[in-house]
Design a protein around this ligand. Structure first.
Ligand SMILES: C[S@@+](CC[C@H](N)C(=O)[O-])C[C@H]1O[C@@H](n2cnc3c(N)ncnc32)[C@H](O)[C@@H]1O
Length: 225
């Protein structure tokens, strides 16, 4: 009973926070067009999100592996927004070999080759915005498509990619995303609503452990077809 009341309070606090931020955005209007968001991620120039920042966050990859391990071994997997490939390298070292990735930043992939060369050479990597990747490769199919801290940076003009994610997976979509932050490069969404409206079913959820592994506001969701 008490737990129920606390989670209702938590839910409404979060909602109010989001609405206030949205109102602030309307008045401040710090939104940017899609091209500017792509330009930023191709070469972040604000001293954050450097490829080297993504090499050592092993606890995130360990969390991901634990979730993927429940889905069977012989699956082909696509990561959207792999950056330096830390997650893929972790999976590769744990006997997942049918791996693909799409990443907008060439500099991140140069670093990927440099630090995780064996994995880089063994898997399929596409250097392009995910929007272009889906338009040009609508025939490709995966058993699992996953993202970690990437969909939150996908501009609302590109919402159509969620439909491609659903079409191009035969079984699972796994997301680890911030559903609450809002800024010129953060686009908050409820991925349960999005993917269930597109015919997937959420079968797992976590917002407490993942908040400790990454940051508050992040959720883990697993969807099945
Ligand atoms: C916050 S980082 C997360 C990196 C990695 N997934 C991880 O968890 O370590 C977001 C990543 O998504 C990539 N990205 C952002 N927008 C993209 C897009 N439209 N297409 C492909 N990659 C994109 C960025 O270049 C960056 O590597």
């Amino acid at each position: 009973m008490l737990a129920d009341s606390l989670s209702i309070i938590k839910y409404y606090k979060m909602k109010t926070h989001l609405i206030l931020k949205k109102i602030k955005r309307i008045f401040k209007d710090d939104s940017k067009p899609l091209d500017d968001i792509h330009k930023y991620w191709k070469k972040p120039a604000d001293g954050t999100n450097r490829p080297s920042d993504y090499i050592l966050k092993d606890e995130r990859s360990r969390y991901l592996l634990e979730k993927i391990q429940n889905l069977g071994k012989d699956i082909n997997i696509l990561e959207i927004g792999c950056n330096v490939g830390r997650n893929l390298n972790y999976l590769y070292n744990n006997n997942y070999t049918d791996l693909s990735a799409v990443e907008i930043s060439e500099a991140a992939l140069v670093k990927f080759k440099d630090v995780f060369g064996e994995t880089y050479n063994a898997i399929s990597i596409y250097n392009s915005p995910v929007e272009e990747f889906f338009k040009e490769n609508s025939n490709l199919q995966y058993d699992l498509i996953y993202t970690m801290a990437v969909l939150e940076h996908i501009h609302t003009d590109s919402d159509w990619i969620f439909e491609h994610m659903v079409k191009q997976t035969s079984k699972y979509i796994l997301i680890i995303e911030d559903e609450n932050s809002i800024s010129w490069k953060h686009f908050p969404r409820n991925y349960k609503k999005i993917f269930e409206n597109l015919g997937m079913k959420q079968i797992e959820f976590d917002d407490s452990l993942i908040a400790k592994v990454i940051h508050k506001g992040f959720v883990y969701r697993l969807f099945e077809k």
